[in-house]
Ligand binder design. Structure first.
Ligand code: HEM
Length: 271
């Protein structure tokens, strides 16, 4: 995490002062390289992986063009992971996909399809959320006079307010159930609103559901913490004079109900 973050900051420094898009230059490469390395995907694929993940979460069912983009992204991602799995079978390495290949081939713990979908889910869940969590945190801190002090004093609240994931993964009712006065018939798809749950006035002292809860609690919650800690304070230490190029109210968010994330985050690194 430290190595990848330092290399990314080094690239940013080579750009010099002036205005940069912090999302593209910092919030994308760090998580993409971290998750790529964890999985064992070559670093030169990360940009394509990122574009594929973005096409999936911004899919708009009313647009034909978006449907074509989604189909291409899904095909490309499945093809990429199929070929990565083939490579790891021939040349295992110290990464997650090699471990899953062993679990499949040596112990038959999962099917070939499950192996590909696991890699697919890990990439999508990890990349999109970590990129936009960092972006949203920066968007909220950049307007402040002393972002580092705010971050140190209010890390947990700032993280929670920057949550990029409005809804949990889909659930399906396995039997009729009633919640409040609504009947949810067996077989219906259920979307659980994490934003709704966390902003519920009746929440009381309940912990945030930002990373879910129970058996499906986010597998990457600790990775996310580490990414955020390797990136957020470091920016303000390296660039104490960093300022947003546009006011927070004018920042543009992507049109997506699946992910609350910025289109871009223009900043001036130095005065
Ligand atoms: C950075 C912000 C992140 C947020 C806000 C987040 C949030 C969540 C939430 C709410 C769930 C539970 C979904 C549910 O119960 O329906 C979840 C599951 C999951 N997350 Fe994350 N996540 C983040 C980052 C990551 C990262 C970095 C990875 C991988 C490296 C990851 C991998 C996963 C996986 C594989 C699951 C599915 C677990 C299961 O179904 O058993 N997430 N995440």
């Amino acid at each position: 995490m430290q190595r990848i973050s330092a290399a990314t900051f080094q690239n940013l420094a080579e750009k010099g002062g002036g205005t940069v898009d912090l999302l593209e230059r910092l919030c994308v490469p760090v998580p993409a390289l971290v998750i790529g390395e964890l999985l064992g995907v070559p670093a030169d694929r990360y940009r394509e992986l990122r574009d594929a993940a973005a096409a999936m979460v911004t899919f708009d069912a009313s647009s034909k063009e978006s449907a074509v983009r989604l189909a291409d992204a899904v095909e490309w991602t499945a093809g990429t992971f199929t070929s990565v799995v083939r490579t790891k079978r021939d040349e295992p390495a110290d990464d997650l996909i090699s471990g899953w290949v062993r679990a499949r081939d040596d112990a038959d713990l999962l099917s070939e399809d499950e192996l590909i979908s696991l890699a697919f889910l890990m990439m999508l869940a990890g990349l999109e959320n970590a990129v936009h969590l960092c972006g949203n945190i920066f968007a909220s801190l950049l307007g402040s006079d002393d972002p580092l002090a705010v971050w140190s004093a209010r890390r947990a609240e700032t993280m929670e307010a920057a949550n990029p994931l409005p809804f949990a993964i889909r659930r399906f009712a396995v039997a009729d159930l009633t919640i409040g006065d609504r009947l949810i018939p067996e077989g219906d798809t259920v979307l659980l609103s994490l934003f709704g749950a966390d902003s519920d006035p009746a929440r009381g002292g309940r912990a945030s559901l930002m990373f879910g809860r129970g058996p499906h609690y986010c597998l990457g919650a600790q990775v996310s913490d580490m990414i955020v800690d390797a990136v957020v304070p470091e920016l303000f230490v390296r660039y104490p004079q960093v300022r947003p190029s546009v006011p927070e109210s004018e920042l543009e968010y992507r049109a997506s109900w699946r992910s609350h994330g910025l289109v871009a985050l223009p900043v001036r690194l130095t005065v």
